[in-house]
Design a protein around this ligand. Sequence first.
Ligand SMILES: Nc1nc2c(ncn2[C@@H]2O[C@H](COP(=O)(O)OP(=O)(O)O)[C@@H](O)[C@H]2O)c(=O)[nH]1
Ligand SMILES: Nc1ncnc2c1ncn2[C@@H]1O[C@H](COP(=O)(O)OP(=O)(O)O)[C@@H](O)[C@H]1O
Length: 210
Amino acid sequence: MYLRFFSRVSSVMAGPRPVVFSGPSGAGKSTLLKKLLKEFDGVFGFSVSHTTRKPRPGEENGKDYHYVSREDMVAGIANGEFIESAEFSGNMYGTSKAAVQAVQAQNLICILDIDMQGVKSIKKTNLNPIYVSIQPPSMDVLEKRLRARQTESEESLHKRLQTALVEMEFSKEAGQFDVVIVNDNLDEAYEKLKAALLQEIQKVKNTTKA
Ligand SMILES: Nc1nc2c(ncn2[C@@H]2O[C@H](COP(=O)(O)OP(=O)(O)O)[C@@H](O)[C@H]2O)c(=O)[nH]1
Ligand SMILES: Nc1ncnc2c1ncn2[C@@H]1O[C@H](COP(=O)(O)OP(=O)(O)O)[C@@H](O)[C@H]1O
C-alpha cells in the first residue's frame, strides 16, 4: 500500500511519460522522431544512446549517439551506468541512466529509439513509457529504403533485414505495443503518431503554461 503510494509519487515527480520508438532498421523511426522534435521543441527530448558503431556522415557525437569503444561501453555497463543495452547487427547499443535523466530533468517527454531487446528490458523497469512500433509497409519497401539511405554495407543490410523479420513479428504480438504505425505515406504516419501522443503533448504544454 505505502510502496504503491511512493512509487506513484516518484513516477509523477519523474515528469511526463517517456515514449519508446521501436521497429525494424529502416522503418522510419529517426525520420518520424526528428519531425516530432522539430515541431514540438520544448515538449520532447531525445535520449541519446551510446553505441559502438561508427558515426554515419552527418551524425553528431552527443546528438545522435555517444560514440564509444566497445571497451568503454562494457566498462560503463559493468559500472551500472545503463538502464538497458543490447547487441544489434554486430554493434553494442545502450540507454544510459544519465541520458534519460538529462531529458526528464527538463520536464520533457523523453523519446527512446531502441530495438526489440531494449523494449523487453525497459518493460522490466519502472520507466512506464508509451510503446510505439514503427513498421514498414512491406519487406520489399524496407529493403528499398535501406538501400536508398546508402548507410549500410551489403553485409550490414542483410543482417538488418533478417532482424527486421523478427521485429515485424514481435510487433504483432498482443500487448507488446500501445500503438503500431505503418509508415507508408510519411505525412499520414506522422499524423497518426501525433494523434497517439496528443494527450501527453497537451499535458506538457499545460504544465509549461502554468
Ligand atoms: N536496445 C537498444 N537499441 C538501440 C539503442 N539505440 C539504438 N538502438 C537500436 O539499434 C538499432 C540500430 O540503430 P542504428 O545503427 O542507428 O541504425 P538504424 O536504426 O538503421 O538507423 C535500431 O533498431 C535502434 O532502435 C539503445 O540505446 N538500446
Ligand atoms: N514514409 C516514407 N516514405 C519514403 N521514405 C521514407 C519514409 N520514411 C522514411 N523514409 C526514408 O527511409 C530511410 C529509413 O528511414 P530512417 O528514419 O532512417 O529509419 P530508421 O530510423 O527506422 O532506421 C531514410 O532514408 C528515410 O529518409
